[in-house]
Design a protein around this ligand. Structure first.
Ligand code: ADP
Ligand code: MG
Length: 723
């Protein structure tokens, strides 16, 4: 069987390990070596050009088109010195993947030679033939023109390959009418919106330097590693990224012996090399460790400005996948590659800050700083409460549906964990409310200092989808395979909206009474917390009681992608995104359409795969074994033995169930009565997925009875434990 061959190959590899090339160079020497960093810019650009560029990067000022040619020529020289022959505009289509189109620097000359060229125009704008990227109807093929536009705020870098290197330029991808066809454009727009509103609060608190307030993101990436021999012997892993069948192994994760355990040698070698590659790209990876499930690991960088963090996250996923191959493994980013053990998420740590004010979610040591912190914090509570449906929708995917709400990941109900101390602070403020005479035990905003809040991020509450962790919020419902851009756009925009709300209230109050800031804040916070406190939950998000309690509180519980995606285009969401110029109604609807289509495609591919595996691998194995049992029975009967047919009977029943399961699934796949995208999603969710699950149950039972030497698929035991 392919399975036996795979096991033999893996064991062979383990007994003669690949020698690992270790490059003994201090990290300082290669860190950012492949990045067109600010310091490279400073060295290579005329002073005035450098200054103008920095203003665009740091303060979001419009790029001066005059400088493009000079910058292009400097980037080209730098890249060619590093061996680059080509440049590529890198963009981020709605598929969530990274796309690139490569062009050579060389142009032929009339005398038969060649000349290297790279103009400002080529740097600033490209025109990939992106007509086959999903655009949700924004672009019909006949007018498929889409442009990539240089994103100055995300540094250009060089991608190495043994046979040549390429200069990569991060770009936004828009249609010829200026509509966003990608995941980057809305991130940039939402960061602008958030900055604008945050400045108003800072002004109210007397910070008028105008330094750009950027949202920051630090994504923790979980992933699985399996040997590539197993990967190739499992058509489901290869094509769907997850196992569609597989009985629970005798030993799962219950021993907790993997979590933070010693990292296996081959895995550590892989991690070291992946980190070295990431360092060269200026990606500040910081932590690595084993995760809870066997074969599961995590990597996390130091946080960066959200836009750069999003680009770096995409590069990180690519690098992990690529490097794993070199070490004979496959890196699985799927949210639930193996049933019965933990899935993988991507915790997106989020905050906002500026070069002059630092992190705005740091509580601070003075009453004044605390008051400002509390206003931002309250705005976030309000944002999450008002837009819980949107937050749920931006983490919805076919893969994440298997993870959210299982016994390992936050539930599909969005709530905020504040921790006891901060909750208590808000409770006190609420008690004080708008009263002029504050009851005793009440915290007075702008006068009292907050009790020290726990600074360590810790794991005090892993069950909350949106947790305050001392100086930032951590959005834990994001799936391991997803681009973080969608979640960032949602957070930036809903928070901009609530910061706008708070700023307006406070500005109005100060206009009436210039000395009344503290009172106005007290009133505002009290109002927000009174209205929005149902979203705060510090208890166990995995528990059954929480589901009941959440329902009582009127919180949304959108269990599946089919339920959640329509939240992307509710009237409130459309209005908000339009108000801040982040996404127009058409852009939002195009996203809804694209993501619904992706969901249906994913489920359909999985269903066809399940069907073909069941038919061409499982069914033959099952009848071979059944036949073996039957001939044993016949032989025994022939020589006059007394025997019972128990095993043959149950095997026959399973084979029958398998045939029925196959028929039911096939029927569900062939049912094309759904006409709208909503109906198609519902059909995937309510008919196809349950039929796949029913089929799986039978197959997994078969795995436990069919003779081991016939069973075709590598087992969970083998994939998760043989390293
Ligand atoms: P834990 O597992 O306890 O959550 P990690 O160290 O694995 O902690 O990850 C914490 C993540 O939070 C890191 O990526 C870190 O850079 C990020 N982070 C810290 N401060 C901020 C901030 N102000 N904004 C965004 N992310 C932050
Ligand atoms: Mg974390």
């Amino acid at each position: 069987t392919p399975r036996r061959t795979a096991v033999a190959a893996v064991i062979n590899r383990i007994s003669s390990p690949q020698t690992i090339e270790f490059v003994d160079v201090p990290a300082q020497e290669y860190y950012s070596a492949n990045v067109f960093t600010k310091s490279v810019m400073k060295d290579r650009l005329p002073k005035s050009v450098f200054k103008s560029l920095i203003r665009t990067i740091d303060s979001g000022e419009k790029l001066d088109p005059e400088i493009a040619d000079v910058v292009a020529s400097a980037i080209k020289d730098w890249a060619m010195e590093k061996g680059a022959t080509h440049y590529a505009h890198v963009f981020y289509p709605l598929t969530g993947a990274t796309a690139e189109k490569h062009d050579s620097f060389l142009s032929p000359t009339s005398d038969g030679g060649t000349l290297s060229e790279f103009s400002g125009k080529q740097l600033c704008q490209g025109e990939p033939d992106g007509s086959s990227f999903p655009s949700g109807g924004i672009r019909v093929t006949s007018q498929a023109r889409g442009y990539t536009i240089w994103d100055v705020t995300s540094p250009a870098y060089i991608l190495e390959n043994p046979n040549g290197t390429t200069l990569c330029i991060p770009t936004a991808f828009v249609s010829w009418t200026g509509e966003a066809l990608d995941k980057k454009t809305p991130v940039l727009r939402s960061m602008q919106a958030l900055n604008k509103q945050a400045q108003r609060i800072l002004n109210i608190f007397g910070h008028e330097d105008g330094a750009f307030v950027a949202s920051t993101a630090g994504p923790e990436q979980e992933y699985f590693l399996v040997d590539r021999n197993f990967y190739y012997a499992r058509p489901d892993l290869l094509n769907a990224g997850r196992t569609l069948f597989g009985a629970k192994p005798p030993k799962g994760q219950e021993f907790d012996d993997h979590y933070f355990g010693a990292i296996p040698e081959r895995v550590l070698a892989f991690m070291c090399e992946a980190e070295r590659e990431l360092f060269k790209l200026g990606i500040p990876v910081k932590t690595r460790h084993n995760e809870v499930a066997p074969g599961q690991f995590e990597v996390a960088p130091v946080f960066e400005s959200a836009n750069v963090a999003a680009d770096h996250q995409q590069l990180m996923m690519l690098t992990l996948r690529k490097t794993a191959e070199k070490y004979g493994m496959a890196c699985l980013m799927h949210e639930k590659p193996f049933a019965g053990v933990n899935g993988s998420g991507k915790h997106v740590n989020w905050s906002l800050g500026s070069s002059s004010q630092g992190n705005l979610l740091d509580p601070g040591d003075t009453p004044h700083d605390n008051a400002q912190f509390l206003v931002f914090c309250a705005a976030i509570i309000r944002a999450v409460y008002k837009h819980q449906g949107l937050l749920r929708a931006v983490v919805a995917s076919a893969g994440n549906d298997h993870r959210l709400g299982a016994n390992e990941a936050p539930p599909a109900i969005i709530s905020i964990f504040l921790g006891d101390q901060l909750t208590d602070v808000f409770e006190q403020i609420k008690a004080g409310g708008a009263n002029s005479s504050l009851p005793s035990g009440t915290l007075e905003v702008g006068v009292d200092v907050l009790p020290p809040l726990p600074k360590d991020a810790g794991d005090r509450n892993r069950t909350s989808p949106f947790a305050f962790t001392g100086n930032r919020f951590e959005f834990r419902a994001v799936g391991s395979n997803q681009s973080i851009s969608g979640p960032l756009v949602a957070m930036n925009t809903i928070i901009a909206d609530s910061v706008d709300y708070c700023a307006t209230k406070l500005e109005e109050a100060i206009a009436k009474n210039p000395d009344g800031l503290n009172g106005a804040i007290q009133t505002l916070l009290s109002e927000i917390i009174t209205e929005c406190s149902p979203i705060i939950f510090n208890g166990d998000g995995y528990s059954e009681e929480w589901h009941k309690e959440a329902e009582k509180r009127g919180l949304l519980n959108l269990k599946t992608t089919a339920d959640a995606l329509p939240q992307l285009a509710t009237p409130e969401t459309i209005e908000m995104f339009a108000k801040y110029g982040v996404l127009s109604e058409r852009e939002l609807e195009s996203r809804l359409e694209t993501y619904q289509e992706q969901y249906c495609m994913t489920v359909s591919v999985e269903a066809s795969l399940a069907l073909s595996i069941a038919r061409t691998l499982i069914f033959p194995a099952a009848i071979r074994y059944q036949n073996e049992l039957a001939s044993t029975c016949a032989n025994l009967k022939a020589v006059g033995y007394d025997f019972d047919t128990d095993t043959l009977d149950s095997m026959t029943a399973l084979v029958k169930a398998l045939q029925e399961g196959i028929a039911t699934l096939e029927h569900a796949i062939n049912d094309v009565s759904a006409t709208t995208p909503d109906d198609e999603c519902r059909h995937c969710c309510d008919a196809i997925l349950p039929s796949m699950l029913a089929l799986r149950e039978t197959v997994d039972k078969l795995e436990e009875v069919v003779a081991d030497d016939i069973w075709p698929l590598p087992t969970y035991q083998e994939m998760l434990f043989i390293k």
